[in-house]
Ligand binder design. Structure first.
Ligand SMILES: [Fe+2]
Ligand SMILES: [Fe+2]
Length: 244
């Protein structure tokens, strides 16, 4: 198992592990490293991935420099290896939204978490990430995303999930593959708030979408997010069919 490293925005690194046996044509599991005075890792990966992913971080910086560990929601690929990361980086603190701390981290985290309010900014020194509560988007009550303001990078978690092992970064179409994957797997908890939540993200006018499964996107991202919001609005109106 090997984790590749690509810089997708200035000092923002995508750590990508392709697992060929997952799904119909393999699946990437991507974490993102924000290189700053106080480096932040977004997503931990599953515990089985930790040796490869931590080695990949080591190609960019000393793992012990990590100061913050963040993730979108409680699932194995987002936060399974949290304990391993906190062991490897003794100065690191896990940070999450208030709901996630209340329902999970206050009980399960090896060290006390730092709760971030909706809209709160964490100044990393040279990079600034804003926490955005997005309950049930893509799924789970505790879900939230981060937006790095300096580079305009939105860490999208499972939004825009697509299969295979496409390039690290594209300015091409990620919507088509994402809508196909959604129709096949039904991974988003589609509610009356889904479209509005995604439109709020479009309002940030991000320049890079850091996608957890598949290619990241570079370019004008607001229209891409607007189209995704409409896709979910339409799905809700039609009455989303369960995955076949
Ligand atoms: Fe997920
Ligand atoms: Fe995921």
């Amino acid at each position: 198992m090997e984790t590749r490293v690509d810089e997708i925005a200035e000092r923002i690194y995508r750590l990508s592990t392709f697992l060929p046996a997952v799904g119909p044509s393999g699946f990437t599991f991507n974490q993102f490293l924000v290189d700053a005075e106080e480096p932040l890792l977004f997503h931990c990966g599953q515990r089985a991935l930790f040796p490869a992913v931590s080695q990949a971080v080591g190609r960019v910086m000393d793992v012990r420099r990590l100061r913050w560990i963040a993730f979108s929601h409680v699932e194995a690929d987002e936060c399974g290896a949290l304990g391993e990361w906190l062991d490897a980086a003794p100065s690191a603190t896990v940070t999450h939204g208030a709901i996630g701390c209340a329902i999970w981290l206050n009980d399960q985290a090896p060290r006390p978490p730092r709760a971030l309010a909706n809209g709160e900014v964490l100044d990393l020194g040279g990079r600034r990430v804003q926490r955005l509560d997005t309950p049930h988007v893509p799924h789970c009550w505790d879900a939230g995303l981060l937006h790095e303001e300096t580079t305009g990078t939105l860490f999208c978690s499972d939004l825009f999930t697509h299969v295979g092992d496409p390039p690290a970064l594209t300015d091409g179409d990620i919507l088509g593959p994402a809508m196909a994957a959604e129709s096949q797997f039904g991974y988003t908890a589609v509610t009356t708030a889904t479209g509005a939540t995604i439109r709020r993200l479009a309002g940030l006018r991000p320049r890079t979408l850091a996608v957890m499964h598949g290619s990241s996107f570079t370019g004008e991202a607001a229209p891409v997010l607007e189209t995704l919001a409409k896709f979910y609005d339409d799905l809700l109106q039609k009455g989303a069919a369960p995955p076949s």
